[in-house]
Design a protein around this ligand. Structure first.
Ligand SMILES: [Zn+2]
Length: 442
């Protein structure tokens, strides 16, 4: 229930922002990107989103031919999810078999895309010429959809489709009056964005003690667009907080990490393991795994640790609990948003110790491991996503206190000059500027 309410509020906010953004979209030379796929899209509007453009290797191949061959007779019914709608009810109402829904949920286990279902979400149900249900399409945002397509053997495959997107930016400005939190909310920042700022500037600044009424801040906020529509995804490109004694800055660079004006990383660090001590790996990250239970090829988007039931599970970084749920196959699970670029996911839990929306710290106990959902035995399935795409948690480059690489320093310096000038001189909110440029890394 809360989740629905929260979304309605966010949507209203997002719509308001979109309206503003739309006015000036024409200013924006787009850096289009064409990729497909990726796991679940962000469950909240503050989520970060893929901009690394790496195509995932794992997408099962949909039988494209059948799509074209019997296409003429296909019939598609569009459905807009209403409050209280459950997938099973939607399927029954359209005479789509519940066994197919089970197969779709199974195909969704490694993505949990359907867990983002909320009022207003559009679903398309496709039937063939003999009225047999063949595909479900989930529209995640104006740029992203997921199609679950029936295969010969009755199983379904998950295919993510992503349209070209680009970013437009705006400047938000505020003056400290009361707490930073209250002042930043007034300036138009969201709770998740404020938390990120707190993490980015928290090294050299005590938000409770050091700020005075009248201190000022500027933020360059990016909005992801596709065509003329906002996708609802946002990101902080730069923040500058000016006190009487000194200025605190953080800039998002092409690698998705944040640095101060000296090029030193201010991205909060992560733990490699979600447990106090390392456990045996019972199944590795593998984009083309033969599933132990279904016998089908499907990606394994995380790593499995052989944790006995009841093992304390730790958040590997500071963040906000984005989702908590219970999936028929993934079991009890938690998604944590670590300020945009990074997210982590924990599956098959026995007991969840945090609620949706709360703030957690690196190393904080968030759950006890278990064996819930479809599982071959007690274990923790742990995922680490960078820009919305799962990577191997054991080998991924997790943020460390590194500096901008030498080779990128000139480019960083150029961006820094531009953004400092934008934050200092550009008008606020109504003036949109583009700050998009080709990525240096990847
Ligand atoms: Zn697993």
């Amino acid at each position: 229930m809360n989740r629905y309410r929260a979304f309605t509020a966010l949507h209203t906010l997002t719509l308001a922002v979109c309206a503003a953004v739309l006015l000036v979209t024409s200013l924006t030379p787009s850096k289009a990107r064409s990729t497909l796929s990726g796991p679940a899209a962000p469950g909240v509007a503050d989520g970060e989103h893929p901009d690394s453009g790496k195509p995932p290797a794992q997408e099962a191949r949909v039988e494209e031919n059948r799509q074209t061959a019997d296409h003429a007779a296909d019939k598609t019914v569009a459905w807009q999810v209403r409050p209280g709608d459950a997938l099973s009810r939607i399927f029954r109402a359209h005479q789509a078999p519940l066994e197919d829904l089970q197969q779709i949920l199974l195909a969704d286990t490694e993505y949990l895309s359907l867990e983002t279902l909320r009022p207003g979400t559009r679903l398309d149900l496709t039937f063939d010429g003999e009225d047999r249900f063949t595909a479900l399409t989930l529209h995640l945002d104006p740029a992203r959809k997921v199609v679950y397509t029936r295969q010969q053997d009755g199983s379904f495959v998950h295919q993510a489709i992503e349209a070209d997107t680009y970013w437009v930016t705006e400047v938000l400005r505020g003056t400290i009056n009361g707490s930073f939190y209250a002042s930043a909310l007034r300036a138009g920042l969201s709770r998740a964005q404020i938390l990120l700022i707190d993490q980015l500037l928290g090294h050299g600044l005590n938000f409770r003690k050091d700020l005075r009424a009248g201190d000022q801040f500027s933020v360059i906020l990016g909005h992801e667009m596709t065509g003329e529509h906002s996708t609802g995804n946002t990101r902080i490109d730069a923040i500058s907080l000016v006190r009487s004694s000194r200025t605190h800055n953080a800039f998002r660079f092409d690698d998705g990490n944040y640095y101060n004006e000296h090029g030193e990383s201010v991205t909060p660090a992560f733990l490699r393991w979600p447990t106090q001590k390392p456990y045996r790996v019972s199944s590795h990250f593998n984009l083309n795994r033969l599933h132990p239970i279904t016998g089908r090829r499907a990606p394994h988007n995380g790593v499995d640790f052989a944790t006995p039931v009841g093992t304390p599970i730790l958040s590997t970084g500071d963040g906000i609990v984005r989702r908590v749920g219970n999936h028929p196959y993934a079991g009890k699970y938690i998604d944590i948003d670590h300020g945009g670029t990074y997210t982590t996911r924990y599956l098959h839990l026995h007991k969840i110790l945090v609620r949706r929306g709360v703030q957690v710290q690196r190393g904080q106990r968030i759950a006890l491991s278990g064996n819930t959902g479809r599982s071959t035995g007690p274990h923790l399935h742990f995922e680490f996503h960078i820009n919305g795409r799962p990577v191997d948690p054991l080998t991924a480059e997790i943020p460390t206190a590194a500096a901008i690489p030498q080779a990128a320093s000139a480019r960083f310096a150029a961006q820094l000059r531009e953004r400092l000038a934008v934050m200092k001189y550009a008008g606020s909110r109504s003036d949109l500027l583009t700050a998009e440029s080709p990525p240096l890394f990847n």
